[in-house]
Design a protein around this ligand. Structure first.
Ligand SMILES: [Zn+2]
Length: 135
């Protein structure tokens, strides 16, 4: 499975070389929260900062774990430690920070946040925290 085969199944794809982000196909992802790394050894690492498991993400685009590894199936129980470029993490953090900033502007203008906006604000905070764990 090459880079193009995988990326063509995703939307809002951005990045270059080994390092990409896209909308997560496994949840209702308004802003790209899926990070994808194509390692030079043929492995593909994926991580959804919205909390989806890799197999959920793959299932949503008709793939499974075997498609991520040129050298055959992953051993059951083998953990691939996600390792992402700072640029991926910064892209995610910048989008989420904008949501936090916009919420802050609304609040300071005396405009209360809707329940949806509040949920999105909480999600932004979670994603920023999650992204820093991978930095
Ligand atoms: Zn997801």
């Amino acid at each position: 499975m090459n880079t193009k085969d995988i990326l063509s199944r995703l939307s809002q794809v951005r990045g270059r070389g080994e390092s990409w982000t896209a909308r997560c196909p496994a949840h209702d992802d308004k802003s790209p929260s899926l990070a994808i790394r194509f390692k030079s050894d043929g492995r593909v690492l994926m991580h959804c900062f919205g909390g989806c498991a890799v197999d959920e993400v793959l299932g949503a685009i008709g793939l499974d774990m075997n498609d991520l590894f040129d050298d055959g199936p992953v051993q059951r129980g083998e953990q691939v430690k996600p390792a992402f470029y700072a640029t991926d993490l910064l892209r995610i953090i910048s989008v989420e920070s904008l949501i936090v900033a916009l919420s802050a502007i609304d609040i300071s203008n005396g405009k209360p946040l809707s329940p949806d906006d509040l949920e999105r604000l909480k999600l932004a905070a979670e994603r920023i925290l999650e992204a820093t764990r991978y930095a």
